[in-house]
Design a protein around this ligand. Sequence first.
Ligand code: AMP
Ligand code: MG
Length: 355
Amino acid sequence: MRAPMLLTAWLLGLSAGRAPAPEGSAVVAVRARYLMGTTCRVTAWHEEADRAGRAAAAALDEVAAVEALLSTWRDDSELSRLNRRAGEGPVEVSADLAAFLDVALRVAAATGGAFDPTVGPLVDAWDLRGEGRVPDADELAAARAAVGFDAVRLHDGPSALDLTAPGARLDAGAVGKGWALDRAAEVLRDHGVSAALLDFGGQLLAVGAPPGADGFRVAIADPLARERPAVLLVLRDASIATSAQSERGRRVGEDLVGHVIDPRTGRPVPVLGSATAWAPTAAEADALSTAFLVLGPAASAAWVAGHPDDRGVAWLEPTDGGLTLHARGAIVPGLLRLRDDVTTDAALAAARRSR
Ligand code: AMP
Ligand code: MG
């Protein structure tokens, strides 16, 4: 979710502002920086004065280091250098990049390729980073031939990567911010931070809870009017990420296409609503939100039912006069309040009644 600043401010108002006076002497600091194309904001509590601000600044430095590693908007990142060597056989990669790719490839396998970090050639074919265009049949076939996470191999423990297909291109767009948040949270813990909320353009990671509260009160935006919160929930030691086509939709001929591709068909997924994923790590939440947008509400619910019970989905589907919420899994107990025009599907309504 790349929520506008207004919503972010509103969220922070709810989480930090509502927190009762600290029980101990925890001091809160807020630091923000523009990174990876959006604002990354860290709100951190520490028992010792001065330490909260220093910890939050160090966390942002870590996000900047991840950007230098993964950004495919920069030619000098390690990932961009790796992409230029596609088709050459095994290429040595740093331990950091190997760790990132390991996570990305695992989620790709777990989602049957609905999330696929090798989707780069299709993003280019549809010019989803530019004005948008419809590729002809030959171009589409060539791009599809260069996409497929199962052709990527990590070797030696792992320290080398085999990007087999010529023209293959790894794209960290759907998981890089999440991975950066997990790294930033590690830095905060190393600094002795007791609680923190990290907000990366609307993707959230909660470390603990604000002093005296049971968690951070956060919102899922309305996919049709993102400055309007649609669902309020409480988040503690978990992450939520939202993917929505309407965020960066562009018109291609008659069609409005977004920035997420269904790697199984090679086409942008239809502009519908938004998919929010809940997971223990921000990398997984980020990648899963993209996968859920590709899968749609029913298949996302089925995926959650078949996986460990600390994962969850909240799909917001536009319906006549409002939104329908399809939420399953770990996110359900955290749902606090729904806007009046948000209705729930039958299975969710039953689950909420039985609580
Ligand atoms: P997100 O906003 O997290 O859903 O990420 C979307 C970005 O990830 C796009 O801008 C593309 O760069 C890339 N992407 C698009 N479709 C996919 C996909 N199915 N799997 C992985 N990455 C994708
Ligand atoms: Mg994502």
